[in-house]
Design a protein around this ligand. Sequence first.
Ligand code: ADP
Ligand code: ASP
Ligand code: MG
Length: 816
Amino acid sequence: MKVLKFGGTSVGSVSSIKTLLDILKEENKNGSKPVVVLSAMSGITNLLVAMAEGAAAGKEFTAELAELERRHFEVVKALLDIQNQNPAFTRLKIHFNQLEELLQGVLTLRELTAKTRDTILSFGERCSAMMIAKIAAQHFPEAIFVDASELIKTDSAFGNARVNMELTDRLIQGFYAENSDKLLVVTGFIAGNEAGQITTLGRGGSDYTAAIFGSALHAQEIQIWTDVNGMMTADPRMVKKAFSLEELTYTEAMELSYFGAKVIYPPTMIPAFLKKIPIVIKNTFEPEFAGTVIRHDCKASTLPIKGISSINNISILSLEGSGMVGKSGFSGRLFSLLAREQINIILITQSSSEHSITFAVQPTDVGKAQMLIEQEFELELLANKLEPLVVEKGQAILAIVGENMKQTPGVSGKLFHALGRNGINVRAIAQGSSEYNISVIISATDLAKALNAVHDSFFIELTKTLHAFCLGTGNIGKTLFKQLADNAGFLQKNNGIQVKIAGISNTRKMVFNSDGLSLDSWEDALAQSHHEADLKTFIHHMKEMNLPNCVFIDNTASPTPIGFYEEIFKSNISVVTCNKIGNSASYSQYKTFRDTARRHGVDFFYETNVGAGLPIIRTLKDLMSSGDRVQRIEAILSGTISYIFNYFKGDANFHDVVKEAQEKGYTEPDPRDDLSGKDFMRKMLILARDAGYEMEASDVQIDAILPKACLEAQTVEDFYAALKSEDAFFANLKDTAEKDKKVLRYIGKLENGKASITLQMVDENHPFYMLSGSDNVISFTTDRYKERPLVVKGPGAGAEVTAAGVFADLINVGAN
Ligand code: ADP
Ligand code: ASP
Ligand code: MG
């Protein structure tokens, strides 16, 4: 025999009740006659609560009552044959009249006792079960309605009554024996005390009703039919990537549900556990799906944890003071006081010095708890042996659960890494002594971010989502979006990373979307956006969106964004940039960025600051972090100058080569920005700093290529004129070099803490002699690479390779 329980949504509409009937027919085919336990129609219990509390506060309830009637009548009309409708309407109407009288009483007295409240709430289950029993009887003539308040006996703790299991078992068994040929359609949630008054088993308690029946009748299985595919790794409404679990132990299910996985009510597990009855959670709207089995002999799981649950909006209370140290009875006094007054404590943590106790309660219990504590410990408070009670509202609990945690080291490390990297402050920690759960208290505003970040970090077989905020839609920005679009599939498959562009801004407009902007139509979205560009607002919004695994990408060459980097790091957001200005301004700024990022556990990647996509910075960092020491760096890091000198040979004249380079897009709008060596200097400076030297821009010696007249020309046009008149100067350089079979190279060097950039003539023995197009080359001579240096060479400019470098940095953020 099985017990099948259908939750609110499963009985919430005409179509879902039809599906329920199909499930029963299927079950009937197997020849078994289940016990069916039903909840109130979805939303009805909440509606009853609102009416009752409203009435107590003097609020009319006519509209709500009409809505309640409408929901039930609609089902009767749709699913009962005409001749069967009237009896159902009559019964429902009797219920609604009783309900109205009760509510009227509450309204008149302006008083709602826990007892009356339970009676009012019971109408939800009584109406739905009565009505559906009649509908079921059309298909299964043996179906009868059963009011569980006559079979489940409890104490008089209204709202959360405790079951007298012995008596209840006997009553259920007796009733079942008398009706063994019947299909029982039972009310969930409600019970009765010895005086025959109605009690309830706590919100969500219909699951418990099913377990109580299952246990009394030694069912082979208890099925919980709901609106999701079983117990999932997290609440699917909060974590989109949550997936269904095949199996759970009773303890795991208990812990997950205790900490907020509403899909099953925690006490449900106890009777099932004692009798070793499996609980199967299934989806009414996808009956073929196997769902989740909660059983005692689960097979070994490869998952590090089973799931993450959370309770939003709790309050925490902290007591601190010398009066607690070594006082063995202190916490006993505190907690028995709260227990006596029925204040439910969700979680407790105590510091090892016993100097403080922190515990979490529902916000509705705060006032009462505070008053009780202040009365109980009045003397200690007066004597300053206890500090005044501290109350913090707007908190949340996040718990990770799983029996595997016990054998796996590093689980808590992973949890705290994920939280820390996302800037989520942990207010308190508790680990169950069973080691089956670790729970943390965080601010409720961080909950969604925390759940997703923690889920991403534990379930690594799923794709990790990076949320990128991109500044700049020029050549590099555009190319990056295209590369991301082209490689999205590959990234998911091979790196397990999904990049969502959550925000874009250029100098005109900005646009946001936490679900990710389309990489095909981002230009339209930006053009149509109502947000005028404003960097401050952009960054503010990025922080407010509070998304997990966030990266700020600066694809501009502007000094403005640099001013925000520090603030961004402090918000625990990583930065990826091709903008050199940040790292090449003052040394103190460079250091601040590096240290702040490190302190906040986020990344600052700027591979494209030097040599576009070539792995130069990364190589240098790897050398340094593995204990190597740089003796000398030699480099050609200006693609523009490389290009110019590569083509400045034979009959060519310098002016024409520069002009051509500009026309081909190899130079800045003013070619002097390249030829002055300033851009090269910035790259050398960044390398020197990354190699461990505390250096300023003025410490880099630059050998100017251009004569004074060229440098001082007012406009670009004047510059070209000056360049033309200096033709002889350049021709002379070239001829001298060619005469000795040498070539001209503009070479940066770092040695013994000195950096310089000089124009040199090198012969064919020099490693930089052969260089094509706009290539960059860098050679590292280090303690390890001293016989022959380590050389990195390749194209060091252009949107494609630069964007690819930014892309690689972004993926590296994802890898951490
Ligand atoms: P019913 O009315 O069928 O009893 P509930 O609303 O009580 O259903 O419980 C089902 C809901 O529980 C789901 O819709 C889901 O949003 C929520 N839920 C929370 N945590 C989890 C989880 N870990 N797995 C599945 N569902 C969860
Ligand atoms: N109808 C009750 C509630 O909403 C019981 C249940 O659905 O399990 O809490
Ligand atoms: Mg439920």
